[in-house]
Every structure is written in structure tokens, then in C-alpha cells.
Design a protein around this ligand. Structure first.
Ligand code: IMP
Ligand code: MG
Length: 206
């Protein structure tokens, strides 16, 4: 027998406890399914390609952009430098912004380069505003922002992204890299969660 998953039937048993804890059971609605995402990522890559003639430096915002970044960069044909930056404005099991933290590695060379910041979602815009300012301080040739999702309505004066996958309602979403309490990033579609999932987190219900 091949040494793969099929040789371990306990992992495929539908009555196993692992099935009961499948994260899809917490999904309420699928907002953007994987096929639409894949089509839109290709279109975004085409737009990005047309915007730059030379090399491009991509700065992916961790952890939310992980899945989007991986799909997007594989559709870009130019010479790319890919870096990541840790930034988060949501702490733990909450759906409300907490302290904003960004850490842009000083060893990443940005001077004179075309920089594209890639993030999962534009909500208040605080994360991307802070990061864009930190990038600009390193004298790049240009700075643009690409997000998979953009929440509407935007607060007055919010930073806007040059490249946007989808505009969504102001509800809390997970999947395709986006998390709640560090879970659900592996869902292949962008989804909302059942209200019971938030029930134990006082004051955190979206
Ligand atoms: P902003 O600074 O308010 O724009 O927040 C942006 C960051 O917050 C994103 O990069 C996400 O990591 C997180 N975030 C905002 N809205 C959501 C959501 O609906 N689901 C999951 N994460 C979110
Ligand atoms: Mg994020």
C-alpha cells in the first residue's frame, strides 16, 4: 500500500472526532467562493503586470495575506522580490481592532524600488496607513497597495488601495487567509461565521 493518507483509514472515517471539529461546521455563509477568488486573482495580476515595466518588490502583510500572496505571485511574470512584514491590529479572540503592531525589517532594501504592499483586507485602513508610511520613509520609487477585500462603507479619509479584489459589507469574514482567533485561515472560500462562534467572546460579536 502507498504510504499516503489512504493507508490511514482512521483519518477518513466520517464518524471520527476529527470530522466533528472540521472548521467548515462553523461557517454561516460563503461570501466569495474559491472559483470567483481564482478568477479575480488572475485579473488583479493582469492589472498589476500592466502597471509596472520592470522589477517589482512585494511586501506581504502577515499573516492574513499568506494564501492570497501565494496565489497572486504565481500569476506575476516579472522579476519579483517577495518579502513579508508582520502587522496586526487584532489581538487574539476579538473582532475589534486592538493595538497596532508593524515590524518592517530594516535589512529589506526598498530605496528606489517599486513596492507593492499586499494585504488580506482593508477595514479601518490603520494597518496599511502605518505600513505605507514606514515604506515611504525608505525612499522607494513608488508604493501601491493591493488587497483581496475592501470593506465598505469607508471611514472619511481612509487610505484606499490601487488594486482591490472584492468590496464586501462591514461584517467579519474568515477564510482564504483571514482568521478569527487565528483559526479558519485554511477555509478555501471567504465566509462568515455562525453567531454561536462569537458567543463566548464578550463584546466581540461583529
Ligand atoms: P485595518 O487596520 O482596520 O484596516 O485592519 C486590517 C487588518 O485587520 C487586516 O489585515 C486583517 O488582518 C484584520 N481584519 C480586518 N477585518 C477583518 C475581518 O473581517 N476578518 C478577519 N480579519 C480582519
Ligand atoms: Mg492582517
Amino acid at each position: 500500500m502507498r504510504p499516503d493518507m489512504d493507508s490511514r483509514p482512521e483519518h477518513h472515517n466520517t464518524s471520527s472526532p476529527a470530522q466533528a471539529h472540521h472548521c467548515r461546521h462553523d461557517v454561516d455563509r460563503v461570501l466569495v467562493d474559491r472559483r470567483r477568488i481564482a478568477r479575480r486573482v488572475q485579473e488583479l495580476a493582469d492589472d498589476i503586470r500592466r502597471c509596472y515595466d520592470g522589477e517589482l518588490t512585494i511586501l506581504g502583510v502577515l499573516t492574513g495575506s499568506l494564501v492570497f500572496l501565494a496565489d497572486l505571485v504565481r500569476q506575476l511574470p516579472m522579476r519579483l522580490r517577495i518579502y513579508t512584514v508582520a502587522a496586526s491590529s487584532y489581538a487574539g479572540n476579538t473582532t475589534r481592532p486592538g493595538e497596532l503592531r508593524t515590524h518592517l525589517d530594516e535589512t529589506i532594501e526598498l530605496a528606489g524600488r517599486d513596492v507593492l504592499i499586499v494585504d488580506d483586507i482593508l477595514d479601518s485602513g490603520q494597518t496599511l496607513a502605518a505600513l505605507t508610511a514606514a515604506v515611504r520613509a525608505r525612499n522607494p520609487q513608488s508604493v501601491r497597495v493591493c488587497v483581496l477585500l475592501r470593506k465598505e462603507p469607508a471611514s472619511p479619509g481612509r487610505l484606499e488601495a490601487e488594486f482591490v479584489g472584492f468590496t464586501v459589507e462591514p461584517e467579519f469574514v474568515v477564510g482564504y487567509g483571514l482568521d478569527y482567533n487565528d483559526l479558519y485561515r485554511n477555509l478555501p472560500d471567504v465566509c462568515t461565521l455562525r453567531p454561536e462562534v462569537f458567543a463566548h467572546d464578550e463584546g466581540a460579536t461583529p
